[in-house]
Design a protein around this ligand. Structure first.
Ligand code: FES
Length: 253
């Protein structure tokens, strides 16, 4: 990477791509003011507002909640609203779209395959039969909630997909966030949909593709631990297999 930025400024090398031009993918360098309390997203917004309005990127909340501002920052998947310039200063910062997704324009990538994977695991409570409203809520103890609460923190930011080498090699791999969400609902005492999710989770594009590199959990900004969720799902699937083979008359959980 190039030299340090000039005093009081920071240099951003930003990935650019426009399908309407013949330029092809390239990096464009911008100088932005250096402020200790600025994050990379602030620097990108400064560029868009003051230097180059054609720069395209996604963001919404600027507070680590919406999950839409994920990008590669110096090669690492980050929420750009939580990546402070001060952690990189005075060296330049290289900003690219999240890895392992097709690029649409500049830092904007295609979400479709991720959304399809999410939907395929039915990330909602599935009931065989709903009880009448007059019977009240489905009660849950603190211990029952604790079994899956960490997995509810996922904000669908896709950083885990950008970090996962298996997603890079096998684009059909269901991937960390979708499996973590499947596990979140499978562990929920109110849910009865595990058998339906299992057809997807334990398929050839599911949990057994994971080689437990663990990068998904390392980059997760919400400490969801999708790698742990995948290993839990592997253990549960293995128990299913033993029950079916060794105890076929038993009840599948
Ligand atoms: S802008 Fe919402 S998580 Fe960064």
């Amino acid at each position: 990477m190039a030299n340090s930025s000039a005093p009081g400024t920071m240099r951003l090398e930003v990935f650019r791509y426009s399908p309407e031009t013949t330029d092809g993918p390239h990096f464009q360098t911008y100088e932005v003011p250096y402020r200790k309390d600025w994050v990379v997203l602030d620097a990108l917004n400064h560029i868009k507002d003051n230097t180059d309005g054609s720069l395209s990127f996604r963001w919404s909340c600027r507070m680590g909640v919406c999950g839409s501002c994920g990008m590669m920052v110096n090669g690492v998947p980050k929420l750009t609203c939580a990546a402070f310039l001060r952690d990189y200063y005075p060296d330049p910062i290289r900003v690219e779209p999240l890895a392992n997704f097709p690029v649409l324009r500049d830092l904007v990538f295609q979400l479709d395959s991720f959304l399809d994977k999410l939907k395929s695991v039915q990330p909602w409570i599935v009931r065989k039969e709903e009880k009448p409203v007059s019977e009240g809520e489905y009660l849950q103890s603190p211990a029952q909630l604790a079994r899956f609460k960490d997995f509810t923190m996922c904000i669908n930011c896709m950083l885990c997909y950008a970090a996962c080498p298996v997603v890079g090699l096998e684009p059909h791999f269901l991937g960390p966030a979708a499996i973590a969400l499947a596990q979140r609902y499978n562990l929920d005492s109110r849910d009865q949909g595990r058998a339906q999710r299992q057809e997807v989770v334990a398929s050839e594009d599911g949990i057994w593709q994971c080689t437990f590199v663990g990068e998904c959990s390392a980059v997760c900004p919400k400490h969801v631990d999708p790698a742990g969720a995948i290993q839990q799902a592997k253990v549960a699937s293995t128990l299913d297999w033993f029950r079916e083979v060794l105890w076929p008359w038993g009840q599948k959980q």
